[in-house]
Design a protein around this ligand. Structure first.
Ligand SMILES: [Cu+2]
Length: 174
């Protein structure tokens, strides 16, 4: 009986250790890209998309980021406001629940790059640091810029005056 008890005890120790190693580095980022568009010039804006997978057993929140190509990086969501889809900063960041994957995609959640310090042209490669609460920050090198395949719904407008208004709305929501 004693041998069995010892064996069970050591199995419990092994089982208890495994998830800890896993949660040391819980975030897995995939399919990352940055949008190139007519808005992605110096002083303009762009956005980063991809998948955020939380492999840990705890909740992790994307709270922001940094990149050499933009002065301002914010976590945004799309919201229906006054009958229109508009983007808005997510106060407190984007939650990625334990064991789940959250998408950053055109028309949905995205990491917003504003006040660009250099153009983001198709084929350019940039470096972005993702900042998390509950996980170490993740630096991604060589993120490629390409036009949005889903259209430019976030910034689409029928005239430039409308675009200016949307940008003002966005800034005042900060
Ligand atoms: Cu945005």
């Amino acid at each position: 009986m004693r041998k069995i008890a010892v064996l069970i005890a050591s199995l419990l120790v092994l089982a208890g250790c495994a998830p800890i190693g896993d949660s040391e580095d819980g975030m897995e980022l995939g399919e990352l890209w940055v949008k190139s568009s007519e808005m992605s010039m110096v002083g303009g804006m762009s956005a980063v998309y991809g998948t955020l997978t939380n492999n840990s057993d705890r909740d992790i929140t994307l709270i922001g980021g940094t990149t050499s190509v933009a002065n301002i990086v914010e976590v945004h969501q799309m919201m229906m406001m006054d009958g229109e889809m508009k983007m808005q900063k997510i106060d407190g960041g984007l939650l990625i629940p334990a064991g789940q994957t959250v998408l950053l995609e055109p028309g949905g959640n995205h990491l917003m790059l504003m006040d660009l310090v250099s153009d983001v042209l198709a084929g350019d490669q940039i470096t972005v640091t993702f900042e998390f609460d509950g996980n170490a920050d993740v630096v991604v090198d060589g993120m490629t810029a390409k036009p949005s395949v889903g259209g430019d719904e976030e910034y689409h407008s029928t005239d430039m005056g409308k675009t200016d208004m949307d940008m003002t709305d966005m800034e005042t929501s900060n």
